[in-house]
Design a protein around this ligand. Structure first.
Ligand SMILES: *Cc1c(COP(=O)(O)O)cnc(C)c1O
Length: 371
């Protein structure tokens, strides 16, 4: 028994000694359990594929050789993506196991002692987390109270910290808004660092920053198929000058896109129009939910160009956390952002679902507010 005790304290001592302090200081990315819940917390597309498409897809999967390594270049997927996204031949495409992996690859390629990653705040939490994983310093520049970009503060932070890497999510998560295109340009023009334009929500906005690749050599554009209905496949893409992507590609693990994902994505992308139809419906649902909340007391809704709405609870004596818990007890999972960042006080993030799901959400929210 005492042997066992010694070894467990030795275990803890060696974990304590060997794991880097900045990793020990982190808490793991938390994904709440969601079995049997109405899941409106993670910006997933609520729709399935029509039955006939599903059968066609299963037939494709039958011919996949899982005993073989995948095509390391995933050329078929890249060709399809180039076609549906209209990526000029001049630019390369690199794929990641989700765009999360692309963020990691870029950060690993640019990491070095004293090197800085910069992003507006609040924004996508992975920027800061991955900066820490790779030993870079992270500098977050607060947005204004209304979540518009504080250009003066951002430019002055660039001047002070000379970032190697800047992330701008357009539209931004978790706020849902786009920054002024002119402000984005001023940031790109004011830094000698690399600017990653993260267009994870491109299907829900008319904004398209891909043309910026033609104008600026310090820009790359990142996208993902997660929010258009393929989150489970884990497929993200980076587009940019071969000079950048050739370097990043050295860090990419050779078989990062598995055979099932390659076959499924290639198939799904031949039916991309169908996915875009779904995103159109989600956009109109977003506007419907937005008006319904604006017309009911108790919430302030921020403008959104994504498949979610950021709302602030304005009813006295009712906290965002309380509403989150109440909905959870009714089987509806949303995201509580209160406490995540000072600017997000009293805020909830609602992913837009299918029409009946949104009705359920709206009536649950009204139930809490009028309780
Ligand atoms: C969801 C999200 C991603 C990550 O997408 P994956 O491809 O699923 O890893 C990247 N950036 C932003 C801003 C996001 O909201």
């Amino acid at each position: 028994m005492s042997d066992k005790l010694t070894s467990s304290s030795e275990l803890l001592a060696s974990v304590d000694q060997l794991i880097r302090p900045e990793i020990k200081a982190l808490s793991a990315y938390h994904v709440p359990p969601a079995a049997n819940m109405l899941k409106l917390d993670a910006m997933e597309n609520p729709f399935n594929w029509p039955g006939c498409l599903q059968d066609e897809w299963f037939n494709v999967l039958k011919n996949v050789s899982v005993n073989r390594y995948p095509d390391p270049a995933a050329q078929g997927v890249k060709d399809k993506l180039r076609e549906v996204m209209g990526v000029d031949k001049r630019f390369d495409i690199m794929l990641g196991n989700g765009s999360d992996e692309i963020i990691q690859i870029i950060a690993m390629a640019l990491a070095g002692s004293g090197r800085v990653v910069m992003a507006p705040e609040p924004s996508f939490v992975m920027y800061a987390m991955i900066a820490k994983f790779v030993g870079m310093e992270y500098v977050g520049v607060p947005l204004k109270e209304d979540f518009t970009l504080d250009l003066t503060a951002f430019l002055s932070a660039i001047d002070t910290h000379k970032p190697s890497l800047i992330f701008l999510a357009q539209p931004n998560n978790p706020t849902g808004n786009l920054f002024e295109a002119d402000d984005v340009r001023k940031i790109i023009e004011s830094t000698s660092g690399l600017v990653v334009l993260d267009e994870a929500y491109m299907a829900f906005t008319d904004s398209d920053l891909l043309p910026m690749l033609e104008e600026y050599s310090n820009v790359v554009v990142m996208r993902t198929v997660s929010k258009v209905g393929l989150a489970g496949l884990r497929l993200g893409m980076l587009m940019g000058e071969p000079a950048w992507l050739n370097e990043f590609d050295k860090i990419r693990l050779p078989y990062n896109i598995n055979v099932l994902t390659q076959a499924s994505a290639e198939f799904a992308l031949t039916h991309y129009d169908g996915l875009l139809e779904q995103t159109k419906l989600i956009r109109s649902e977003r506007n419907r939910v937005c008006s319904a909340l604006e017309n009911s007391e108790g919430f302030m809704v921020f403008p959104s160009e994504a498949n979610f709405l950021l709302v602030r609870v304005t009813k006295a004596n009712t906290g965002a956390r309380e509403i989150f818990e109440k909905l959870k007890s009714e089987g509806i999972l949303i995201k509580c952002l209160d406490g995540g960042h000072p600017l997000l006080k009293g805020c909830l993030r609602l992913t837009i679902g299918a029409p009946a799901e949104n009705d359920q959400l709206l009536s649950a929210l009204k139930g809490v507010i009028f309780a």
